[in-house]
Design a protein around this ligand. Structure first.
Ligand SMILES: Nc1ncnc2c1ncn2[C@@H]1O[C@H](COP(=O)(O)OP(=O)(O)OP(=O)(O)O)[C@@H](O)[C@H]1O
Length: 323
């Protein structure tokens, strides 16, 4: 069962200038998020993440394409009760205390007084803010605000939780707390769909990811499938007491040679050249200190796709000028 389905979703915003074509923020985006998984929606600034989330929540209307949430078309009122949302920059009523704030949202969600009290107590525990329950939100740190925001998003015990950049602006401790909260939501059987540009968080907790660049989904799947972690991209060799300057063999094998005093760092583009380089180090009577293979990471995929997307755009611009 898929909790989120988008089919060929596109969104163009008016350019605001007469005669200038509309700006394409989403360009035929199709993705699925399965029930019970944590799905990371990854992309650089301006890629179209927030636009996608806003369409899913019915805050922005797609120019074309289709989106289903929990099997129902976007905008279905009964379905909204089953969805929790934390926007990128949530507004907090500063003078309310944590428990007043959550209680207010419990009432807005239609919970009765008894259930609201129970939920507020449970959630303050879950997000680690029980001790701060009577403190006004204006005295909260950014990390605390993000956690109370998450508690607000799930006050009505939704099945599907959508979070826009939930870790942005947090320090490492705050990010870990939010990551742990997202994991605890999955443990409760909920589906979590969150946007981010923080690759590390995605690698740590996501079951699957979708990578969006310039409004297009350029990759989607499990992290280990996407980055082929068995594939070694380069090898770093550190050695001592060898002469690299003017050595044609070393410079033909290496993509980078860095000499610092007696120590030398040599980067090879693949493991194939390791034997030849080690042979050369031995021939010179040098000392081999380390051989470190570097596997492909999500970061490599991100930068590869970003540069592809940039060259697609520049080709379009050049083509546009030529025509
Ligand atoms: N209301 C709007 N009018 C015109 N252009 C818009 C509007 N909203 C977004 N855009 C443009 O659409 C593109 C996608 O924006 P969006 O906010 O979806 O990106 P994002 O991936 O969420 O970026 P970020 O990580 O910076 O939040 C951007 O180039 C943005 O400037």
């Amino acid at each position: 069962m898929d909790d989120i389905v988008t089919e060929d979703l596109s969104k163009s915003y008016p350019s605001g200038w007469p005669g200038r074509p509309p700006f394409v923020a989403l360009d035929g985006l199709s993705l699925t998020v399965r029930r019970g998984e944590i799905f990371g929606f990854l992309g650089p600034n301006g890629a179209g993440k927030t636009t996608t989330l806003k369409i899913l929540l019915g805050l922005v209307r797609a120019t074309s394409g289709r989106a289903l949430l929990l099997g129902q078309p976007v905008g279905d009122v009964a379905t909204r009760r089953r969805i929790g949302f934390l926007p990128e920059s949530p507004y907090f009523y500063d003078y309310l205390t944590a428990e007043e704030f959550l209680g207010f949202y419990g009432q807005l969600a239609g919970l009765n007084r008894e259930v609201t009290t129970q939920r507020v107590n449970d959630l303050l525990q879950l997000v680690g803010l029980d001790e701060a329950r009577t403190r006004q939100l204006r005295k909260f740190s950014k990390g605390m605000l993000q956690r109370i925001g998450l508690a607000q998003a799930i006050i009505h015990d939704p099945e599907l939780v959508i979070l826009d950049e939930p870790m942005t602006g947090l320090d490492p401790v705050g990010r870990k707390q939010v990551r742990d909260l997202i994991l605890s939501l999955r443990d409760q059987g909920k589906t979590v769909f969150f946007s981010t540009h923080i690759l590390h968080d995605v690698e740590m907790i996501c079951d699957r990811v979708g990578l969006v660049m310039k409004g297009r989904l350029v990759a989607s799947g499990r992290v280990d499938q996407l980055v082929r972690q068995d594939h070694i991209q380069s090898v770093e060799i550190v050695c001592q007491h060898i002469k690299t300057e003017g050595n044609a063999l070393i410079h033909s094998l290496a993509t980078r040679v860095l000499q610092q005093g007696p120590q030398c760092l040599i980067v090879l583009p693949s493991p194939d050249a390791v034997d030849a380089l080690v042979g050369e180090i031995r021939r010179q009577g040098g000392r081999l200190l380390s051989v470190t293979p570097h596997k492909a990471s999500l970061e490599d995929l991100f930068f590869h796709e970003a540069s592809q997307a940039a060259s697609r755009v520049s080709a379009q611009v050049t083509g546009g000028r030529a025509s």
